[in-house]
Design a protein around this ligand. Structure first.
Ligand SMILES: Nc1ncnc2c1ncn2[C@@H]1O[C@H](COP(=O)(O)OP(=O)(O)O)[C@@H](O)[C@H]1O
Ligand SMILES: [Mg+2]
Length: 478
């Protein structure tokens, strides 16, 4: 068995609208092929795009372009794909992350397409180079969101449900991937590992010669986004692999419910659950993600049963679950996603050998700043925060722009953006040690303590945010 890949997810993220451009790594495309003396695009255009791999034929860089159809659209995906490819061809701009406007005169696209988005190039941010249209081969993924919401298998007698089930890509997870902010490029690496694992399976690589598996383990402190990242990854893969798998499903196993007080029923629940999963994976055009959150609870339950402090029934249930998972992993169209809040080794066969292991740590300064920035922009968008100077909504500077301006403050225009951003930076600095989950609650807590919540100007709010951060930090340190 090959050594697991350890990926660290704790470093700062790129700002969502980062001033970054995209090139392939030298390993993918000769640097000369993409290094460019061309001028950088203006900041609003300088964003990241998803580079998957170079095209072998012409050394072009493959960039993912996701095309979301309207819920009501009945257009054939292949027609939309062709139309988007033609539209992109006609667009001689540099490839940057973020939305691509749909030309107003393209009635077919206007009618059918809700958004077009270039994705996932934050790993190339540091290269500060421009990816021009002639260097790119866009890979267009057309999809529609399932609006069904989670299907639940209710437990008997009002017990917790055993699992939740989503058809992917689901409306519920739209934007989740983008909202999770980590070290530059690491989400992409996770995506690539999973994509490679699926490709190896699909091409029938002999596992005796090259070994790999389709088990992902995200571990780290609570509240760092592990569960969300698993769901977002499943969503991304379902979009990227849409052409190969006609159906994608996510099953979230509720391990706690299996150890309910109805132990005698638990064996039956496990059997029922896995029978359902089995039916799904037998259809080879289905791609099935099985999420088992907080796997350490299974190991702990088994340990407690062995030591006699829990009913011996529980060991049967845990063992049944583990055996079923072990069996499941041999199916080519299954990806097992697991999380753990502990960082020590987990004594569970199907995760201790996970090939895709990632430590997800508390957000760094840049990540904290960007998480808070996304919160503030949302509050400005809905008008809960107002801007004293009136006019258009002020932009809170992204992290790298702010850092540049901090170094040469004379370049900072006195328009309030820099001022607001500096206050936000101060709050982000204070929040060291808070999880992503706590950070996303902070603006809410701050709002609850402002003097006049119905009319809250952004600058006053920032000061309250700083006070709230101080309070939260001192409380979290006890
Ligand atoms: N790095 C991050 N970037 C953005 N949001 C985050 C981050 N980490 C946590 N969050 C927020 O915290 C919420 C809770 O995360 P969750 O996935 O439940 O964490 P975990 O499973 O690690 O306990 C997420 O929905 C997300 O809004
Ligand atoms: Mg979790």
């Amino acid at each position: 068995m090959s050594a697991p890949m350890e990926i660290s997810f704790s470093a700062p993220p790129p700002p969502p609208d980062a001033a970054c451009t995209v090139v392939a790594t030298p390993a993918l495309v000769p640097a000369a092929a993409v290094s460019s003396s061309s001028p950088s695009p203006p900041p609003q255009q300088q964003q990241a795009a998803a580079v998957v791999a170079p095209s072998p034929a012409d050394d072009k860089v493959l960039v993912s372009v996701e095309v979301l159809l309207h819920a009501t659209s009945a257009a054939r995906h292949s027609d939309v794909q062709a139309a988007v490819e033609r539209m992109l061809e006609a667009r001689s701009l540099s490839y940057v992350d973020g939305p691509v406007p749909i030309p107003a005169d393209n009635s077919f696209l206007i009618e059918n397409v809700k958004k077009i988005q270039i994705c996932d190039t934050d790993e190339w941010v540091e290269n500060h180079k421009v990816l021009l249209f002639w260097q790119v081969k866009p890979v267009v993924h057309v999809f529609q969101l399932s609006e069904d919401g989670p299907g639940e298998e209710p437990g008997e007698d009002d017990t917790l449900s055993t699992f939740n089930e989503w058809a992917l890509p689901a409306k519920e997870f739209d934007g989740l991937w983008e909202s999770l902010l980590y070290e530059v490029g690491l989400k992409q690496r996770l995506l690539r590992y999973a994509a490679s694992a699926l490709l190896f399976t699909e091409r029938g690589v002999d596992p005796c010669l090259v070994s790999w598996n389709r088990i992902v383990l995200l571990h780290g402190p609570p509240g760092t986004g592990k569960t969300s990242l698993c769901k977002a990854l499943a969503q991304k893969l379902s979009i990227r692999f849409k052409s190969r798998y006609s159906m994608c499903q996510l099953i979230e196993v509720n391990a706690h419910s299996l150890f309910s007080k109805w132990f005698s029923e638990s064996g039956k629940l496990v059997a029922k659950l896995f029978q359902k999963i089995q039916e799904m994976v037998e259809e080879e055009s289905n791609l099935v993600f099985v999420l088992i959150d907080e796997v350490e609870s299974l190991a702990a339950a088994r340990q407690a049963a062995i030591s006699g402090s829990e009913p011996s029934d529980s060991i049967r249930v845990v063992n049944a679950l583990l055996t079923q998972m072990d069996k499941l992993k041999s199916w080519p169209n299954v990806i097992i996603l697991t999380t753990s809040n502990i960082t020590t080794a987990i004594d569970i066969a199907f995760v201790d050998r996970a090939d895709i292991k990632a430590y997800v740590g508390p957000p760094t300064l840049q990540a904290r700043y960007e998480i808070l920035r996304s919160c503030i922009q949302e509050l400005l968008r809905v008008g809960i925060l107002t801007y004293p100077q009136g006019g258009s909504v002020p932009c809170i500077l992204n992290y790298s722009t702010l850092r540049e301006k901090q170094h040469c403050p004379e370049a900072a225009e006195p328009n309030g953006s820099f001022h607001l951003s500096s206050l936000l930076y101060e709050a982000a600095e204070l929040c060291e040690g808070l999880s992503g989950r706590s950070l996303r609650k902070l603006p809410f807590l701050a709002h609850a303590s402002v003097a006049n919540p119905s009319c809250c100007d952004a600058s006053t709010f920032m000061h309250t945010l700083i006070q709230t951060a101080k309070r939260e930090i001192s409380e979290s340190r006890g």
